[in-house]
Design a protein around this ligand. Sequence first.
Ligand code: MN
Length: 161
Amino acid sequence: MGLTRYQAKRRFERTPEPSGGGGVEATVSNGGLVYVIQKHRAKRLHWDLRLQEGNILKSWAVPKEPPADAGVRRLAVEVEDHPLDYALFEGTIPAGEYGAGEVEIWDRGTYRVIETTPAKRWIEISGTRLRGAYVLLKLKPGEKDDRNWLFFKTKPFETQG
Ligand code: MN
């Protein structure tokens, strides 16, 4: 997808959000991939889940607080890819701009992939609030334009060996 949609939605002379020129500042050194959830007090409060894939952050908007425990499934609506350095962003998007409102980092850390398919991300998250195995599951895997996923914690899994 790249950053075309991200950049088209924003006026970088007005919003403090990163334009995507930098990119690698958020890269972590422990071998994991960047994981972050930003609490976003926009017109509707939501939590933005972001996972590094290559040099972008795949992003989902979660309308209710992401679950720390198994047993709760949250809707997660896929949104445009974000630049990697967005993982560090906190601040206020000014009134009148796309996503106007306060953004704060709600959780951050790293994740690793257990299994990925076009309709599924099975990952292990190492954050502060969220830790353990999580799944993102596309609700209608056959429909390319459907952006609705489920996000939930799975029961603890056995590590190999
Ligand atoms: Mn948002």
